[in-house]
Design a binder for this molecule. Sequence first.
Ligand code: AMP
Length: 191
Amino acid sequence: MTNIVLFGKPGAGKGTQAEFLKTRYNLTHISTGDVFRYNLKNETALGKEAKEYMDRGDLVPDELTIKMLQDEVEKHPDTNGFLFDGFPRTIAQAEALDRFLESKGWKVNATIALEADDEVLVQRLLERGKTSGRKDDQDENLIRNRYVEYNEKTAPLMDYYQNQYKFYAVNGIGSIAEITERLSLVIDKIN
Ligand code: AMP
């Protein structure tokens, strides 16, 4: 069982890299952003609750997010491990994840950050917004608000995982294949 948290700011390439890594390491990819968007599109109760936060580029409250993540994990009892993408994003989420995995005899094995400069990422997201249809990628104010949320609530997780000796960082600038190799070097080391 190998559980990896892919960490990084919006636009850092977590989702893109997860697509390659999940095949290479036979892991279950859970993107909380994707699950929220699916619920929004299908107008589920969860989607309706999450909508106002997502529309503003704010984080969805912890209680809702943690419950949703746990439900997703429970759907894959026989997995080799998870690739968490976009979760945890607050200390409360990280603590809940540790407790939840521990209750199953599992743990977070590594947190790997994809590092890139804010201005590069803002441009990347605006580009992505032209084709993704994502409203939160089309409005620069919403994008910048997501960075404010990141700096306030998510950045402290670096210390949280560093204190557990589980934090790794790779350069998130380069070709997709180069970055996959950088991430794989870390995963091969911890395995
Ligand atoms: P993402 O696709 O990861 O950029 O997420 C899109 C949006 O979904 C975020 O701006 C938040 O509103 C919401 N979201 C995704 N993951 C989380 C999370 N772990 N905690 C709170 N909100 C989240």
